[in-house]
Write a protein that binds this ligand. Structure first.
Ligand SMILES: C[S@@+](CC[C@H](N)C(=O)[O-])C[C@H]1O[C@@H](n2cnc3c(N)ncnc32)[C@H](O)[C@@H]1O
Length: 431
């Protein structure tokens, strides 16, 4: 009897994964359609076929020929490669090459006499204002902040992000991920009335969750986006979370009120969106108490396009998110580093952590197929060495997020167990 119940549960879990994967494949189609549509409008396919004779070319050659910004062109060429429309030849970011084969050109570029020409069908179905904005960004190089997009669409865009990321936040953040941070010390500190900052809090799901779970704690959320913040404040009021306070500010320059120092700062899906994540890490180190904890949850990516291509079956989807949201936000200032959706990875994290003065960090994957969890502890204080393996003996459960019905879990199942747990020393300085 027991055996059949557990095999029923396994079958149900398998079925759920299959359906989740199927539904996300429709979203992937939408995001790849966006990339095909943008490429068509930028004349990319015809240029690869006619100007470059279906030969391998670098992003710089394409950018120069079409008068576009090379960072944006890289994102699109890689996205179209992930979608198996272009071929890729390995190199550095500057020397890697892409080509449109003659066969594929018949489908995406040859509008003159190919009966199989299909790109014309991609003109509709994509929000015209969004694609206009993206096409302009390819030319100017400057992207759009979440706020400017949300001001255009109203609360709808912010609510979509809230719903997409909210399930994970409600189910995993406090009980699993925060509980595991710094060997349980973050939970203890917050339970005793400590302070935490959610930097890039968006519509405030995490802030409200933390405020309700730790009523004695001071819970701050900051975000530059006034539209998301207005949702966050309304939700806090509804939930009676009087210890949740929101600030409209940038992570790079925020100064906490009354010089407060935090026990913990969390950055949930924001570092790759921020124009200057290097300055954010520097600022966070100043805002943390000695021995305080920084948690960065960010998209799982290797830092090597070829390796990502081989291991991630959702790459086309992620590049679509990048040109429509993440790269756009990270290029929204002239000095933006332009990380984009795939741009924050263990190698970049290591460089930025070291420059910001974090002497050690640990990368956990908690079996989450979509994200990595970077745990950094600020220097000084009795917990400075809290991340060393010797100290992991406290009674802390290691989260297992493999079955969490969160966003993209199945869409992201690429079985990359590279990072089950890594320390700063074991991250290579390049791939
Ligand atoms: C994908 S959303 C994630 C929101 C929220 N953390 C969540 O999990 O729902 C990224 C957020 O980063 C914010 N952001 C972008 N640049 C930022 C910056 N320089 N400082 C702080 N937040 C920033 C955006 O406004 C947006 O709300």
């Amino acid at each position: 009897m027991e055996r059949s119940e557990s095999s029923d549960a396994k079958m149900k879990a398998k079925q759920l994964r299959r359906i989740n994967g199927m539904v996300w494949s429709y979203k992937t189609g939408q995001m790849i359609s966006l990339q095909i549509h943008v490429a068509d409008r930028l004349n990319l396919f015809k240029s690869l076929a006619d100007d470059f004779d279906n030969d391998f070319v670098t992003r710089h050659q394409v950018a120069q020929r079409l008068g576009l910004h090379p960072r944006w062109v890289m994102e699109l060429l890689r996205g179209l490669t992930a979608a198996k429309i272009l071929e890729h030849r390995e190199g550095t970011d500057d020397t890697e090459c892409f080509r449109l084969t003659e066969v594929v050109a018949e489908v995406v570029a040859n509008e003159t006499d190919s009966l199989l020409f299909a790109t014309g069908a991609f003109a509709g179905g994509v929000d015209a204002k969004l694609s206009d904005a993206i096409v302009t960004a390819f030319k100017t190089g400057l992207g759009y902040t979440y706020e400017s997009t949300n001001l255009r669409t109203g609360e709808q865009g912010a609510a979509q992000t809230k719903r997409m990321l909210g399930v994970w936040t409600r189910m995993a953040l406090v009980d699993q991920v925060i509980a595991a941070m710094n060997n349980g010390r973050v939970t203890t500190a917050l339970g005793n009335g400590g302070a935490i900052l959610d930097l890039g809090c968006g519509a405030g799901v995490a802030v409200n969750e933390l405020a309700a779970s730790f009523p004695k704690a001071t819970v701050h959320g900051l975000d530059p986006d006034s539209v998301s913040l207005s949702i966050a404040r309304k939700d806090a009021l509804k939930a009676n979370n009087s210890n949740a306070i929101f600030f409209q500010a940038y992570g790079e320059s925020f100064e906490p009120p009354n010089n407060i120092k935090y026990d913990c700062v969390v950055c949930l899906d924001i570092i790759h969106d921020a124009p200057r994540p290097d300055l954010i890490l520097l600022n966070i180190r100043k805002m943390l108490k000695p021995g305080g904890t920084l948690l960065i949850k960010d998209i799982k990516s290797t830092g090597d396009f070829k390796k990502n291509l081989e291991t991630m079956n959702n790459l086309g989807l992620l590049y679509g998110f990048s040109i429509s949201s993440c790269l756009s936000s990270s290029m929204s200032q002239p000095d933006g580093l332009g990380l984009g959706t795939l741009g924050f990875n263990p190698i970049v994290a290591k460089q930025m952590a070291e420059s910001a003065g974090f002497q050690r960090f640990k990368i956990n994957d908690f079996k989450d197929p979509a994200n990595l969890y970077y745990e950094m502890v600020s220097p000084g204080g009795e917990f400075e060495h809290g991340l060393s393996r010797q100290n992991t003996s406290m009674n802390v459960c290691v989260p297992d997020l493999s079955t969490l019905p969160g966003p993209m879990t199945c869409a992201c199942h690429y079985g990359m167990s590279l990072y089950t747990e890594m320390t700063m020393d074991s991250v290579p300085s390049k791939m």
